[in-house]
Ligand binder design. Structure first.
Ligand code: UDP
Length: 341
């Protein structure tokens, strides 16, 4: 069997860490990325970790024809589809950019997959499909989905639906959507990590950049929520654990003789508040993060974390790294970026 795995968005944050984990598990990942939202320096970082080059297809995932051509000549044992935009705020300002890239990109790759029905397919979904869970903080795959308010979240909601509909039209397909909680951290080598373009929207890159002096202070969006300390609670998962979950997902699908369509939460099962994350970051790294409390961010979910039972029972996967590991690796990565400036 060929060990080639096509990874769209393989130069991105989660994609690049998944390339490393696929390699570790003996697969031969192929990156499909046009670097519109990632930097070619990721390829150098990967080379340093892997000690070899990774095959690279530098074109748009919306180019169905080129994907189909590639799949017709190369034997590929799986496809992992990351390529998508992910900035919630930007998606509200520029929804068509999100619908075009995230939906057209997914449809494009699925057209190619449905021609080659024997290729397992893993989709990057998000816990954003749960919206604000009513009366519960821990969400399982059975928790009702809510139509997200921002176009970004809706592209994930719709993405899952598109996959579901395609599966109903062809029960031979083997597909899985992974609902990620909040990925943070970086590879422990500090050769790859998150490279936010412009001012980061997410918490961890904002913390690391503030500690590095790029921003004067972090604004914590709200401290009067009904949570442990008044700040919002999320399930922060180390990106290397998340990457490893993709290998498990692929292996599960490769082991299926029949078609299937699975949806699996990928988190740690534990919630941490914004203040707890800041505190862990300061203690582990022995640095100070200037912060102030600001107004609540519109649309923020108050408290959510994953029920991870299904990931354990179906995939035999569970997070191994702690929040302390993640904040240590995130800081190591930030320092490595700054040292190259
Ligand atoms: N957050 C914050 N300040 C920031 C960025 C994020 O207080 O500059 C908070 C945000 O309100 C949320 C948590 O950090 O409670 C995680 O936010 P992020 O955008 O990283 O993830 P998401 O809200 O999409 O889960």
């Amino acid at each position: 069997m060929s060990m080639k795995v096509l990874v769209t968005g393989g130069a991105g944050y989660i994609g690049s860490h998944t390339i490393v984990e696929l390699n570790k598990a003996g697969y031969e990942p192929v990156i499909l990325d046009d670097f519109r939202n990632s930097k070619p320096s990721v390829i150098d970082g990967l080379q340093k970790i892997l000690g070899k080059e990774t095959e690279l297809l530098n074109f748009d995932v919306c180019d169905t024809e080129r994907i189909a051509q590639y799949l017709s000549k190369e034997e590929v044992c799986g496809i992992i589809h990351f390529a998508a935009y992910k900035a919630v705020g930007e998606s509200v300002v520029n929804p068509l950019k999100y619908y075009q890239n995230n939906i057209e990109g997914l449809v494009s790759i699925l057209k190619a997959v449905s021609k080659e029905a024997d290729i397992p397919f893993v989709f990057s979904s998000s816990c954003t499909v749960y919206g604000e869970p009513k009366g519960q903080k821990e969400v399982s795959e059975q928790t009702a989905k809510t139509i997200p308010t921002a176009p970004y979240g809706f592209t994930k909601w719709l993405g899952e639906q598109i996959i579901e509909d395609l599966y109903h039209s062809n029960h031979e397909l083997r597909m899985m959507s992974l609902r990620y909680f909040n990925p943070i951290g970086a590879h422990e080598s500090a050769f790859i990590g998150e490279l936010p373009i412009g001012k980061p929207n997410n918490l961890l890159p904002f913390i690391t950049q503030t500690a590095a002096g790029v921003h004067e202070k972090l604004t914590i969006f709200g401290n009067t929520y009904p949570t442990v300390d008044g700040t919002c609670v999320r399930d922060y998962i180390h990106v290397v654990d998340l990457a490893a979950a993709h290998v498990k997902a692929l292996e599960f699908l490769l082991g299926q003789r029949m078609g299937c369509n699975e949806i699996v939460n990928i988190g740690t099962g534990k919630g941490s508040s914004v203040l707890e994350v800041v505190d862990a970051f300061e203690k582990v790294n022995e640095v100070t993060v200037n912060y102030e409390f600001g107004p609540k961010r519109p649309g923020d979910v108050i408290e959510i974390y994953a029920n991870v039972d299904y990931a354990k029972s179906l995939l035999g996967w569970q997070a191994k790294k702690t929040i302390n590991d993640a904040v240590r690796d995130a800081w190591r990565w930030e320092k490595s970026i700054r040292s190259k400036e």
